[in-house]
Design a protein around this ligand. Structure first.
Ligand code: NDP
Length: 244
């Protein structure tokens, strides 16, 4: 398609955001809708923002992910932008963390991202352009007590983005990581109050972030202007991680 939106003069793209039913994913999807893109989500259910096409899949299920992307492509055309946002925590101290707690988090946060990236990249390679944005976390590089599973999964996304960059960079495809800090969502509301307070005391910005601020960074990395940015880690953390 080659039409451009009257608001922006940009050519709309098909954008997939995983887990757009709530939290940061929802804000990212809303951002792309506002830009005039065709937006879809791979999600497990729930209410979606206006203008977002939903394809139901659990990211731990390869066949369901593949089918969801096929449904999206049939409805909206080839996927040009993938934002791998769906993620979970299952916190616990190392000594008491079960194999299941570790594996489950890895299966959603790392292998789930791999499943989506692998499927989305097929179309991007054919198109000879694409934008892949992986939502990591400040915890991936800074660490977090009780989050050995979560931080391992999030750190691994940096290696994934950099390998994709080396493998597909010559085909007009970029892969970058956004590493949010402490963002006000349901996920962070579940943290104990003492942990929330101690995090806030270490944030140079002196406040928590908003989901919309993460969406702005994602929109930049997905834009034409960011065509020469790949394999990068863009923190959106008020200075908390400083320099990863
Ligand atoms: P939420 O818990 O609010 O949302 C998580 C999203 O992921 C939901 O849409 C959820 O779907 C989806 N999801 C979880 N598991 C699966 C699965 N197996 N298959 C498909 N979808 C799934 O989290 P946030 O919005 O806060 O976080 C979004 C991303 O940002 C995550 O990757 C998180 O790690 C990261 N992040 C968040 C930070 C924060 O401060 N909030 C900080 C740093 C990173 P469902 O509604 O069905 O459960």
């Amino acid at each position: 398609m080659s039409e451009s939106t009257p608001e922006t003069g940009r050519t709309p793209r098909t954008v997939v955001v995983t887990g757009a039913n709530r939290g940061i994913g929802r804000a990212i999807a809303e951002r792309f809708v506002a830009q005039g893109d065709r937006v879809a989500t791979v999600y497990r259910g729930g209410d979606l923002p206006d203008g977002v096409f939903g394809a139901v899949a659990d990211v731990t299920d390869t066949e369901a992910v593949d089918a969801a992307f096929s449904a999206i492509e049939a409805e909206l055309g080839p996927v040009e932008v993938l934002v791998a946002n769906a993620g979970i925590t299952r916190d616990g101290l190392l000594m008491r963390m079960s194999d299941d707690d570790f594996q489950t988090v890895l299966d959603v946060n790392l292998t789930g991202v791999f499943r989506c990236v692998r499927r989305a990249s097929k179309g991007m390679i054919r198109l000879r352009r694409g934008r892949i944005v992986l939502i990591s976390s400040v915890v991936g590089l800074y660490g977090g007590p009780g989050q050995v599973n979560y931080s391992s999964s999030k750190a691994a996304l940096v290696g994934m983005a950099r390998s994709i960059t080396r493998e597909l960079g010559g085909r007009g495809i970029t892969a970058n990581v956004v590493a949010p800090g402490f963002i006000e969502t349901a996920m962070t509301a579940e943290l104990p109050q003492d942990r929330q307070d101690s995090y806030k005391a270490t944030i140079p910005a002196g406040r928590y972030g908003q989901a919309d601020e993460v969406a702005g960074a994602v929109a930049f990395l997905a834009s034409d202007e960011a065509g020469y940015v790949s394999g990068a880690v863009l923190p959106v953390d008020g200075g908390l991680g400083m320099g990863h």
